[in-house]
Design a protein around this ligand. Sequence first.
Ligand SMILES: Cc1cc2nc3c(=O)[nH]c(=O)nc-3n(C[C@H](O)[C@H](O)[C@H](O)COP(=O)(O)OP(=O)(O)OC[C@H]3O[C@@H](n4cnc5c(N)ncnc54)[C@H](O)[C@@H]3O)c2cc1C
Length: 424
Amino acid sequence: MASNKPVRGIEVECRGMTKYGRSPWLDTVSKARVSAYPRQRGAQQTSVVIVGGGLTGCATAYAFAASGVNVVLLEAGQLGRGSTGAATGWVGGDPGPAFVDVEKALGRTAAKQVFQLWRRAALDCAALIRRLDIKCGLAPRGTAIVATTPEQAVRLKRDQKARRDAGLDAPLLTARVVKNELGLDAAAAIRENAGAVLDPYRACLGLAGAAADRGATIFEASAVRQIKFGRRKADVITAGGSIRANRVIVATGLPTPLFKSLARHFWFRTAYLAMTERVPARIRQQLGHRAAVVRDLAAPPHVVRWVGDEYLLVAGADALSPPARQRDRIVVQRTGQLMYELSTLYPDISGILPEYGWEAPYARTSDGLPYIGPHRNFPHHLFAFGDSSHGVAGAYAASRMLLRHHLEELEPADRHFSFTRHGG
Ligand SMILES: Cc1cc2nc3c(=O)[nH]c(=O)nc-3n(C[C@H](O)[C@H](O)[C@H](O)COP(=O)(O)OP(=O)(O)OC[C@H]3O[C@@H](n4cnc5c(N)ncnc54)[C@H](O)[C@@H]3O)c2cc1C
């Protein structure tokens, strides 16, 4: 426990006590890596204002700036310290809900397009981060969607068959292969190869830096207080000034009080995450190759990944967001619960303590897919709300879709993420 072992190039200080309420990404970044951006002041004009400097906002600022669009990003606090700084850092090739559920909601062709878009986003996201040379511990990692109970195995096989019937590649792993490769006792698994892992906070800062290099203007400590819109333009008001724009992109993850009327589309939930102390080499050897991110079919699901090959991170235990006064107590309780649930997946880690326990609020939609695009009540706006995939690919997928909306170059799959996809 008392080691200062580097995790993917960053120092983790181990004090023998669990650190609650903060993620290792935020806790371990050195100040020298965090650029400070100024506050917005005065009256300005631009083509596009992005509200929110998490992964979605920063990836979108990069996409727009790289396409030659004048863009200003406004972040209320510091970049990447919202749900991005609390995320798992998993670039998953799946949008979250089971294929059969998306097929039931939208039909087979649409479901196939959604899954293909997400897989491509996972591959392109990793390729972009590599090309921009963003130092965020990016490493390719497939995903294994595992069934740990007979009931889950029935659902997994049904989902795998539906994917194959739709023409999607979805290899099924037997219990033996799962045991060898992942050290898990599971009935079966679907293998997905498009993914990767990274530090989501550093990825976000890197994308912001790349966007700024290409001409995006970034402001921190510049909360948007009001957005007024007329027939042709929108005015985005901050404490220090205002920006007149042709387009406003709202990338706040979930509808904030600025968009109260959209809250009815969402359930406000909180996921919990825990990362272990360093797992001793002797135990790591018993846990297979550790070569994939594991997602199970429990309700709510768990996502388990290795960080730096020596620390296990588990996310899950999602529930409706608790009142603020209960949050601290619930984080402690859920960290214990997650550690117990992790030990049921990997009995060999019993006795290993959590190094970190934290939470990630998010908004969930009825079908589990995010809303990305316009809403008829808000002219000049585009939204990206409600990614419950637990993976980074959604932020990247949103950035590309938002750019296609802006350029009026939509792809067939994009309409499956609209607010009106169920005819509403
Ligand atoms: C358990 C769990 C794990 C997840 N893991 C991942 C993952 O690994 N990678 C991933 O990409 N996604 C993950 N997600 C999804 C994640 O919630 C988001 O998709 C992702 O982090 C993108 O964040 P964002 O930019 O949309 O939102 P955020 O990171 O929350 O950014 C929104 C920003 O908007 C700012 N803001 C809010 N109001 C205003 C205002 N009025 N004016 C200006 N700024 C404002 C906030 O300060 C904040 O910085 C996970 C979700 C869960 C529940």
